[in-house]
Design a binder for this molecule. Structure first.
Ligand SMILES: O=C(O)CCC(=O)C(=O)O
Length: 217
């Protein structure tokens, strides 16, 4: 497990975790049909939450189908099952997102990027690919990290730095016409993402993310 000793947290990210009621949501239209929403500093006390989840969750490695083969992922995953009982803020995230986006958001899991070597390559999410406009919401905790988006198959990319407590939501046709990635970095401290989605049959936060089944292509 990575050490947190060198991670410098920001002032905003300290304190009891809660959702900031006055957080501003900025809609960025990627094209006519795909968009992202950014809510910087949505989670107050994000570093406290990061430290707790980093310690409490059962992290494990996984593989996912990419480019026609099963690839070992350079990052760890964990289920959020039971987390909402210990951390009310996680339940608040999922409730808020379901209300705001009306997308029946009912499942979540966590990804851990231990250092700059951990990453996720260009992909679109398979989860919800049968839906017309699947919504994928990502809460970033811990060290800042770049999040990149590009049109499916290539083209100039849009890059955003996600800081601890920021929310990024992909919607519209994003999972059908755009790909996203968390690129490797020469040097990076640990960073976690909590990912919320709609899964048919509503498994809830106890749902275990099986990258082999739900990976990207
Ligand atoms: O960690 C992130 O910000 C991205 C997560 C992601 O792309 C995924 O799990 O599909």
């Amino acid at each position: 497990m990575p050490t947190l000793a060198h991670y410098q947290s920001s002032l905003f990210a300290q304190g009891e975790p809660s959702l900031r009621e006055r957080a501003e949501f900025h809609r960025i239209q990627l094209d006519d049909t795909a968009w992202i929403d950014l809510a910087p500093g949505w989670v107050q006390g994000a570093d406290e939450l990061f430290a707790s989840l980093h310690q409490e969750l059962e992290w494990r490695g996984g593989s996912r189908p990419m480019y026609g083969e099963l690839v070992r992922e350079p990052r760890l995953h964990a289920s959020l099952g039971g987390v909402d009982q210990r951390h009310v803020v996680v339940r608040s995230m999922s409730d808020f997102l379901a209300t705001r986006y009306g997308a029946g958001i009912n499942a979540g899991f966590a990804n851990l990027y231990r250092d700059g070597n951990d990453s996720v390559a260009w992909h679109a999410d398979r989860i919800g690919r049968h839906e017309v406009d699947p919504v994928v919401a990502i809460v970033s905790l811990g060290a800042p990290r770049k999040f990149a988006l590009r049109p499916m198959g290539g083209g100039p990319s849009e890059r955003f730095v996600l800081n601890s407590g920021d929310l990024l939501v992909m919607g519209g046709a994003c999972q059908h016409t755009w790909e996203h990635a968390v690129p490797k970095m020469v040097c990076a401290e640990p960073r976690m993402s909590l990912s919320f989605r709609h899964i048919p049959d509503g498994p809830g936060l106890d749902w275990w993310y099986e990258p082999e089944a739900f990976g990207a292509e």
